[in-house]
Design a protein around this ligand. Structure first.
Ligand SMILES: Nc1ncnc2c1ncn2[C@@H]1O[C@H](COP(=O)(O)OP(=O)(O)OP(=O)(O)O)[C@@H](O)[C@H]1O
Length: 626
């Protein structure tokens, strides 16, 4: 019976793939809408030029016949005049067709516009996805997605614009050729066009083979892109551990399959196009023989033999590239399915959607409640991080989260930021379930400083200003006087102003890629300033000093202590340092997926047998592993 299940599964997969292809095709068609007028004009032009090909063959045949058959001079002159006029007409039709084809101004422009639009939609779709989307699959690594934006979107060109015109033109060639040839002699046409399967079959098989190879080669290329992007993002670690050769090996290994498949694809393409090209001329040879037999049996005239033959030969010109086109389209269809899958993936947590409530005041008071929350990360369903966790944080209070490593302290931040949704229970901000709130607004209310500050390539002012830009308060390139003033205020609060002003270019100092030109402590203070520039009602410090050396930690800690003293805002602190935690209004100890102890430092430290007390008692040189 497993075989039957396998067959059913295979059928289901095939049906799902066919459905996806169909949807991808209609989606692609919808993408042409903004340029539909141009597009259709171009396609009509392509159809006319396609129709003209066999028609020219037919006229040539007539022309030859006139010279061969018509003996009387006067009649021949008439016939030649008629033929010349028809040729003139054909010339006009061709001009019109080619003109219309170009007037689609031209297909390449349409294609570029469309691909740009699709790329943008794909990029937006990536940004709309919840964080879980990026946790779960090798298809969704940074390298893989960047590859999709670049390579897949580029491949789509084979399904649109000039290439679509070519397909229409080839179909027109086939229809016109069949019609003219059938009209001349249905017998000979049936015999000759009986060989069409000999052309179509290898091309169809080749397209299928190429399509299948393309899918596997793409999977390898995606993995190669992941290896490349991971290597480039971790260059310092790679250098420190001497992992360059390993990275090259991993990259080479992933490229070997696409290489092999490219070779096979070349062979398939060669066989396909070779068979197609040869078959047309074999058909012509066959036509001579069969035509002669029919001629002897008085079943066909000389004129009709010539028509069938020349139509066939002119059709061969029209089909010269069909084999490669079919392959490219097969590859492009795979890419279209992948891009469509990406752009049609709806996100339950969409920061760009502009949906969800925004409280009338526009600013959160900062009361946070977690009510009976249960949660497991989508990528690791078997690890239940929270099971009925409840915690209330009053507006303006500073709450420290403590507990053993991996107990779920940072997860609380992830749920509050709505990077993930809870499986059970609720996360509530000022009385409203966070799922009902605008994601963009919710995140704009939280200033987050995390363990490893990530800066962007640009100036210090730009990096700090980004905090305000994200909250929709301008900023960006530090733009404007007000923004510049806010950036400086935030830098002062973060204890960063002194070192920034001491730099030759001050706030205009470039920080380099990911902030490499700054020290860890400087980067962290810029990150704190970035979180503060929006003056958030909720501040989250997630082990903000743990990655720093002792001196930098002291400086950053001083900035944070000052900050906590100076302004009452809801603050969640996750820290290993006892001094940060002991000053909090409340310490919540997380263990076994719940808050097991709650209260101020003095109270918890006196609790006999308490987890917090034991953590503090076992602390090492003023640093506790909480
Ligand atoms: N993105 C993720 N996907 C799957 N599991 C995750 C993910 N992030 C964290 N986890 C797991 O969830 C659990 C809680 O992680 P969390 O980062 O919240 O712990 P923590 O208390 O902050 O730890 P630490 O003090 O070591 O930073 C851990 O078991 C961790 O392995």
């Amino acid at each position: 019976m497993p075989r039957k299940g396998g067959e059913d599964g295979g059928k289901r997969d095939k049906a799902a793939a066919a459905k996806l292809s169909k949807e991808a095709r209609s989606w692609l068609w919808r993408q042409t809408k903004p340029e539909l007028g141009f597009y259709l004009t171009g396609l009509v032009g392509a159809a006319i030029t396609g129709l003209a090909m066999p028609a020219v063959g037919f006229l040539m045949a007539r022309f030859i016949v006139v010279f061969y058959n018509v003996d009387v001079d006067e009649m021949r002159r008439d016939a030649i005049r008629r033929q010349a006029l028809v040729f003139l007409g054909m010339g006009a039709a061709q001009s019109l067709g080619a003109g219309l084809r170009q007037a689609g101004v031209s297909f390449s422009v349409i294609t570029e516009r469309m691909v740009r639009r699709i790329r943008l939609a794909a990029f937006e779709s990536i940004l709309r996805q919840p964080i879980a989307f990026f946790d779960s699959s090798t298809e969704h690594t940074a390298g893989a997605l960047a590859n999709q934006l670049a390579a897949d979107c580029h491949l789509l060109k084979a399904l649109t614009g000039e290439r679509a015109g070519l397909a229409v033109s080839q179909i027109a060639v086939l229809i016109a050729g069949l019609y003219i040839s059938f009209d001349a002699s249905w017998r000979l046409t049936l015999c000759i066009f009986g060989v069409i399967p000999a052309i179509v079959l290898p091309v169809a098989v080749q397209a299928k083979v190429v399509g299948r190879y393309a899918e596997r080669a793409n999977a390898s290329l995606v993995r190669a892109a992941s290896v490349a992007s991971e290597t480039l993002l971790q260059l310092r670690t790679i250098a420190a551990f001497g992992l360059e050769a390993r990275a090259v090996d991993a990259f080479t290994a992933e490229l070997s399959l696409p290489y092999k498949q490219d070779v096979l694809k070349g062979v398939a393409l060669g066989v396909g196009s070779g068979t197609a090209a040869g078959t047309i001329l074999f058909a012509a040879a066959f036509q001579y023989v069969v035509g002669a037999l029919f001629f002897d049996a008085d079943l066909i005239s000389f004129s009709d033999i010539m028509s069938c033959l020349l139509v066939l030969i002119f059709m061969a010109f029209g089909f010269a590239t069909v084999s490669r086109d079919v392959s490219d389209r097969a590859e492009a269809m795979q890419a279209a399915r992948r891009v469509y899958k990406l752009v049609s993936t709806l996100s339950a947590i969409d920061a760009l959607a502009g949906t969800g409530a925004v409280p009338p005041s526009g600013r959160a008071a900062g009361r946070i409640e977690l009510v009976e929350v249960s949660f497991a990360y989508p990528a690791r369903r078997d690890v239940q991080v929270y099971q009925g966790l409840s915690l209330t944080i009053e507006p303006g209070a500073t709450v420290a989260l403590a507990g053993p490593s991996g107990c779920g302290k940072s997860t609380l931040v992830a749920l509050l930021e709505r990077w993930y949704d809870v499986d059970g229970g609720r996360v509530v901000l000022d009385g409203a379930d966070v799922r009902s709130l605008s994601v963009r607004w919710l995140r704009s209310q939280i200033g987050l400083v995390s363990q490893e500050p990530v800066l962007f390539n640009g100036t210090i002012a730009y990096n700090i200003g980004l905090g305000a830009a994200a909250a929709g308060e301008g900023g960006g390139e530090g733009g404007g006087e007000a923004a510049a003033a806010a950036v400086e205020v935030a830098a002062r609060q973060a204890n960063a102003h002194a070192f920034v002003s001491a730099m030759p270019d001050g706030y205009a100092t470039e920080v380099g890629d990911k902030g490499v030109q700054l020290s860890g402590g400087q980067k962290q203070r810029i990150a704190i300033a970035r979180a503060l520039v929006r003056d958030p009602p909720i501040l989250v410090l997630d082990e903000a000093t743990s990655a720093l050396d002792a001196e930098s930690e002291r400086i950053v800690q001083a900035a944070l202590d000052e900050l906590l003293r100076a302004q009452r805002r809801t603050t969640i602190v996750i820290a290993h340092r006892l001094s940060t935690i002991r000053n909090a209004d409340k310490i919540a100890v997380v263990s076994g997926g719940r808050v097991v102890e709650e209260g101020p430092h003095d109270e918890l430290v006196d609790r006999e047998g308490g987890i917090y007390r034991s953590l503090v008692l076992h602390n090492n040189a003023g640093r506790v592993e909480l």
